[in-house]
Design a protein around this ligand. Structure first.
Ligand SMILES: C[S@@+](CC[C@H](N)C(=O)[O-])C[C@H]1O[C@@H](n2cnc3c(N)ncnc32)[C@H](O)[C@@H]1O
Length: 375
């Protein structure tokens, strides 16, 4: 546990009028404090040595299939000689590496594509720079999307970004909506109910018809709305592909304790106060809200489905190969296993959802992405 971080949070609590800070602020400090936040620390987070896996760590198929989809999207950019592929929150850069490799194999020319990574963590940016040293395309990094050159068509991709945003937590107590705050209980931090720190929380509950039973808790990811606004403002023409865990308001409301959880060395638990700054904290994304907020920001919804369905529609099964090799670690056996892991229900295949949005004229018809059309 980072003692400096604990001291800082304790000081902030002590100097606040109610001796408590909104959970949102606590999560922001634990994950993103410039020195002691989990995402700013120089420590492996993703993969076997880290705390969790993402789809881009299950072989290289996730990014390869994504590159098939992106290559198809490029058909709608033909009026422009150049376009951008942007990944926001690129972790260790693996997904971007896989997408670049796939696009290169499909003959996307070096002169037409600029690859961009938007990353707030200097440590993750250094991992990305190292991994992408031999890049087949020019690369740019930025702290914010709006720092990238505008005016060119673009595909904006994120995988497990929004679930890592700090969230407000609300709770129904004796018939009124309260916000979970964090205070000190002896040696530890703990929850306490407080007033809503922003009117946007009540508005969220009304807008999405969130039924809050007595004692029920839920997370509200207002940063996701800010993110979609930023994308909508920055993007001139193009696609937004968002992959994350989550579902619609009603599915999330079926979890009376909410969905906030922590990951540490591939174990999951529900106590955000166990090791501040040392563990990942995450919550399910409300995709219904993303669709509505996206529309408000000028983004049209093209597709919302499970990751499994998305990957099958995008042709992942073409990567399956018949083989007689009894070695379970042969390349083909590994790849076939990866296909299954990425698409099967009960795991990555349906826990993760995919949303594709579009900004521009008309409604592009993407290959495989329409009703009753797969492969
Ligand atoms: C869970 S990791 C993403 C994993 C990666 N996309 C993959 O497929 O393996 C979250 C990443 O988002 C970055 N991040 C968090 N908030 C961000 C923001 N507001 N803008 C850009 N990057 C952000 C973190 O530093 C980290 O690199």
């Amino acid at each position: 546990m980072s003692e400096e971080l604990v001291r800082m949070i304790s000081d902030e609590i002590a100097s606040s009028p109610c001796r408590a800070i909104p959970f949102y602020r606590y999560m922001e400090l634990c994950l993103y404090h410039p020195r002691w936040g989990y995402y700013r620390r120089e420590r492996t987070k993703i993969g076997r040595e880290g705390d969790y896996y993402t789809s881009s760590h299950v072989g290289d198929l996730f990014g390869r299939v994504m590159s098939d989809v992106i290559a198809d999207m490029r058909r709608f950019f033909l009026s422009s000689r150049r376009w951008l592929l942007v990944e926001v929150g690129a972790g260790d850069g693996r997904l971007m590496q896989q997408m670049m490799k796939g696009l290169k194999e499909k003959g996307v020319d070096r002169g037409e594509l600029i690859c961009c990574l938007v990353e707030t963590s200097p440590y993750h940016r250094s991992l990305q720079e190292k991994r992408l040293k031999e890049s087949p395309y020019p690369i740019r990094w930025a702290d914010r999307l709006s720092d990238l050159p505008g005016g060119l068509p673009a595909v904006v991709v994120s995988n497990e970004l929004l679930d890592a945003f700090p969230v407000h937590r609300i709770r129904m107590r004796e018939g009124s909506l309260r916000e979970i705050h964090v205070t000190r209980c002896g040696e530890r931090f703990c929850d306490t109910d407080g007033p809503l720190s922003t009117e946007a929380l009540q508005a969220y509950v009304q807008r999405f018809g969130l039924r809050m039973e007595e004692g029920q808790q839920a997370e509200v990811n207002l940063n996701a709305r800010a993110f979609l606004r930023e994308v909508g403002e920055w993007l001139d023409q193009g696609f937004v592909i968002t992959v994350d865990y989550g579902g619609d308001t009603e599915e999330l409301a079926a979890r009376p304790q909410g969905t906030l959880r922590c990951f540490s060395q591939h174990r999951v638990h529900g106590d955000p106060y166990r090791a501040p700054g040392e563990e990942d904290m995450t919550s399910d994304v409300n995709f219904e809200a993303l669709r509505i907020w996206g529309e408000e920001s000028g983004l049209k919804n093209l597709l919302y489905t499970t990751q499994g369905d998305f990957l099958v529609r995008s042709g992942i099964l073409n990567y399956l190969e018949e083989h007689q090799n009894p070695d379970p670690f042969s390349e083909v056996a590994r790849r076939n296993r990866a296909v299954r892991q990425l698409i099967l229900p009960g795991g990555m295949g349906d826990v993760f959802k995919v949303l594709i949005q579009w900004k521009g004229e008309g409604t592009p018809k993407l290959k495989g992405m329409h009703k009753n059309e797969a492969g």
